[in-house]
Design a protein around this ligand. Structure first.
Ligand SMILES: [Zn+2]
Length: 323
């Protein structure tokens, strides 16, 4: 018991030392009633993990908020295994998972105060977003998902049902969303995120907003920010979020959450029941006293002195939770 007490004390001291080592970050700009916020989420659950507190705060001051999901999360094998209770999920198992994750995403959006008609799904393939933008932009034959077997958007309630899986169509559909929402602020994954769908989504937003001359409206977040981040993997709404290893060198700002925003974010995260079954502690570790957003999608070149920042993605994301 005495050993346990000392180990616990040592853990607290080490944790306090690491938390206090982070200099205070500048504050994120206030959200005004005149703002229109668009959250771009690669999968169902990212919207709550990255931005649930800001979404609730924005709705509380009367700002308009819309969320667009790039995929319905129809390729997360561990999740499909849990849902279908088989080691080799069927194609239909992935579609069943997608329907469940889509319903959970809608519920999370409603819990954060977002209007139902401002929740949009593009329906592109889970684990295929980056490939669409790099190798399947104008393909002779569309990308085919190895999970669902589909080569076109298969969801009737998507923005463009039936669109063949190509980078060109993905950009077209995202532009349709931008024309519809007309955001003053866009929250998107950083290209530093280690998950390829997140990197692909960041690339999509960066390219498209730059082409529209609106890149200054985009702020970036990290969910797959490096091994074991956010530490500790536990519910600690009293702690400030730390800069992720993959985000070192970027220009981060802190958006402080009040108790209502923290409660709403927790409630939204817990709406993702299928994900909570697989990685509850990791998901709860995103509910902190603030959320961090960067004005830049990647660190400046000079930051490459830090190995983690410049490390190339070589597939190590597969060892991380599939948020
Ligand atoms: Zn994700």
């Amino acid at each position: 018991m005495r050993g346990m007490t000392w180990r616990w004390l040592a853990f607290l001291l080490a944790f306090w030392a690491s938390a206090s080592a982070q200099p205070a970050l500048p504050a994120f700009r206030p959200i005004a009633a005149s703002d229109t916020v668009l959250v771009v989420s690669p999968h169902p659950d990212d919207e709550s993990l990255c931005c649930g507190g800001l979404i609730h705060a924005a709705r509380s001051v009367g700002a308009h908020v819309a969320i667009v999901w790039i995929t319905n999360g129809d390729g997360f094998k561990w999740d499909a295994i849990v849902v279908e209770k088989k080691l080799r999920p069927r194609t239909g198992g992935y579609l069943e998972l997608a329907r469940q994750r889509q319903a959970e995403a809608r519920e999370a959006g409603v819990r954060l105060g977002v209007d139902a008609d401002s929740l949009m799904f593009l329906g592109y393939p889970d684990r295929g977003v980056l490939r669409l933008l790099l190798d399947y932009y104008h393909p002779n034959t569309p990308w085919r998902s190895k999970f669902t077997g589909a080569n076109a958007v298969i969801y009737d309630d998507a923005v463009d049902p039936g669109a063949p899986y190509s980078g060109d169509n993905l950009v077209k559909d995202f532009n349709t969303v931008l024309d519809r929402v007309k955001p003053t602020l866009v929250l998107a994954p950083s290209l530093q995120d280690t998950h390829p769908d997140h990197r692909g989504t960041g690339l999509l937003v960066w390219r498209t907003m730059t082409a529209r001359g609106e890149q200054d409206r985009v702020h970036y977040w990290l969910v797959h920010g490096g091994r074991a981040w956010p530490a500790p993997h536990a519910y600690h709404p009293d702690l400030a979020q730390t800069v992720a290893p993959r985000g070192l060198g970027m220009q981060w700002e802190s958006f402080a959450l009040d108790s209502d925003a923290i409660d709403a974010k927790l409630h939204a995260v817990m709406a993702h029941q299928s994900q909570m079954k697989v990685m509850r502690k990791v998901m709860l570790s995103f509910v902190r006293s603030d959320e961090l957003y960067s004005t830049t999608p990647v660190p400046p070149r000079s930051s490459c002195a830090h190995a983690l920042v410049c490390e190339q993605s070589d597939g190590t994301w597969m060892e991380e939770p599939g948020l």
